[in-house]
Design a binder for this molecule. Structure first.
Ligand SMILES: Cc1cc2nc3c(=O)[nH]c(=O)nc-3n(C[C@H](O)[C@H](O)[C@H](O)COP(=O)(O)OP(=O)(O)OC[C@H]3O[C@@H](n4cnc5c(N)ncnc54)[C@H](O)[C@@H]3O)c2cc1C
Length: 466
């Protein structure tokens, strides 16, 4: 083998995955088709869940230091954003930060960790057999991961179906300068960016082949507003559609997919970067376990099961958000806006749109509300020292966190930590996977969920009881 894993594509998915593999001691070659990152910037946010994930690797501050904290999320541009400041989350805000900066910070970390990043090299072919994958006729690896975006060559070459719905509506985007104030102006959305605004307007699609020029965007905006406004200094002009598709399988043998390669959805709700990061966090430790030879086939298959289900939720709510923005749905939008202000509904929508609701299935019994969810960053005292749950995961290993109810011998692959929680917690102990999700817990009255600890250690860490 020339390396353990080849990743195609150095966007948010590929870079996050490369970092995850590196901290797990997996040799990785990251092949990126482009010599350099494009000058334009697609996304502009990290949501609460992405910040939680980066915090569990000790790098959230690198992003937070450069972004703008907005204690709100929104759903389909409904009037009255969702207030997330009071929801008690570890990061109760959305971070405004350019996707290009997110990628640069991740790339610096990947290089710091020793990832072999090769720019200007596209994956154009591969062959897989029972022992490995040969990529572009030259690199032999145990696994190949397609993080190569919505038109993924890896997905197509692997013959993985991409079912869903095609584009039926398009919108134009222009990153420009204008006197229009941020907000919604009838059918024109104006989104603030540093030094410019992003203007979004429905594309009448007279001729799809017609390239978007400033004049075309300007006349479309004028028509939607019923008056002339000046748009100037375009940085990026493009159009996007409302297609929603999901790979039928996120894994085909030794080939896996993550990020846009595995799912596409309308940009409403600003999800893509964040779901890509969540995919990579879920896949990284499982793939590392497979490379190191202690993962059961079921562990790697749980990547598809867990992330396909989470991706389906993203398709659901981004499509709903896209529809709510439609011109002909005014009454539905008004009604939905009223509903979103009802007790608990705002929280539900905020958890949905930030991925905070994500709960993986951990067994038959899913009674305890924490099981399967990301462990909160509970403040702790460990041997007289102040700490937090998030920092226990910086090394990317599993953690068996005991608040004084267990008597367990030391474990391979899992750090055992005895701690005192500094706030009231509804658990006596928890087994936390490297991605921060709770795989097993003991309640304060001594019940074990979803079953014996030994079964969870075997399922997630390949630790067979002796
Ligand atoms: C207009 C617009 C606005 C958006 N706004 C937001 C937002 O506000 N928030 C948000 O979270 N998301 C947003 N998104 C979505 C977000 O940009 C994507 O979902 C995200 O970039 C997906 O990350 P990825 O790593 O999966 O893929 P990509 O970022 O697309 O990265 C794929 C990489 O693979 C490379 N590549 C392609 N083919 C090959 C190959 N054969 N071999 C090697 N390399 C290859 C590409 O050059 C690229 O670098 C927006 C998207 C658009 C279009």
């Amino acid at each position: 083998m020339d390396t353990d894993v080849v990743i195609a594509g150095a966007g948010p998915a590929g870079l996050t995955l490369a970092c995850e593999l590196a901290i797990a001691g997996v040799r990785t070659i990251l092949l990126e088709r482009e010599e350099r990152r494009p000058a334009f910037c697609r996304g502009y946010n990290l949501n609460a869940r992405s910040l939680d994930a980066f915090d569990r690797r000790g790098i959230a501050d690198r992003f937070i230091a450069e972004g703008v904290k907005v204690p709100a999320a929104h759903f389909g541009g409904l009037p009255g954003p969702l207030d997330i400041g009071g929801l008690g989350w570890d990061h109760p805000y959305t971070l405004g930060i350019a996707q290009t900066r997110v990628e640069e910070i991740l790339e610096d970390r990947a290089v710091e960790l020793g990832v072999d990043l090769r720019r200007g090299q596209a994956v154009t072919a591969f062959d897989q057999d029972s022992n490995g994958v040969t990529v572009s006729n030259e690199i032999r690896a145990q696994y190949l991961v397609g993080c190569d975006g919505s038109r993924s060559a890896v997905r197509k070459l692997a013959g993985i179906d991409f079912p869903g719905t095609p584009n039926t509506r398009y919108a134009m985007i222009g990153d420009v300068e204008t006197d229009l104030t941020p907000g919604r102006h009838g059918g024109v959305f104006v989104i603030p960016r540093p030094g410019y605004v992003r203007v979004v307007v429905a594309d009448p699609m007279v001729d799809r082949a017609e390239p978007i020029t400033l004049a075309l965007l300007n006349s479309t905006v004028d028509e939607a507003l019923g008056r002339h406004v000046e748009l100037a200094n375009p940085r990026w002009l493009t159009r996007f559609g409302n297609a929603a598709r999901q790979a039928a399988d996120y894994r085909s043998g030794r080939v896996l997919l993550a990020g846009d390669a595995a799912h596409i959805h309308p940009p409403a709700g600003a999800q893509g970067v964040n779901v890509a990061i969540a995919d990579a966090m879920n896949l990284g430790w499982k793939l590392a376990a497979a490379v190191h030879g202690w993962a059961s086939g079921a562990l790697l298959d749980s990547y598809h099961r867990e992330r396909h289900a989470a991706g389906a939720r993203v398709l659901l709510h981004t499509q709903a958000q896209g529809l709510l923005g439609g011109d002909d749905l005014g009454p539905l939008r008004d009604l939905f806006a009223e509903l979103s202000r009802l007790d608990g509904v705002g929280r539900f929508l905020a958890e949905l749109t930030t991925g905070v609701e994500t709960r993986y299935e951990m067994g038959e019994i899913v009674g305890h509300p924490w099981l399967g969810r990301m462990a909160p960053d509970i403040p702790l005292v460990i041997d007289g020292r102040a700490a937090g749950v998030a920092e226990l995961l910086h090394g990317g290993r599993g953690v068996l966190l005991d608040f004084g109810v267990l008597d367990h011998p030391p474990l391979e692959r899992v750090d055992m930590v005895r701690a005192e929680p500094l706030r009231e917690v509804p658990v006596g102990a928890m087994l936390i996977r490297p991605d921060g999700h709770i795989a097993w817990l003991a309640t304060t009255d001594g019940r074990a969920e979803p079953g014996p600890l030994a079964a969870a250690l075997e399922r997630w860490f390949g630790l067979v009881p002796v």
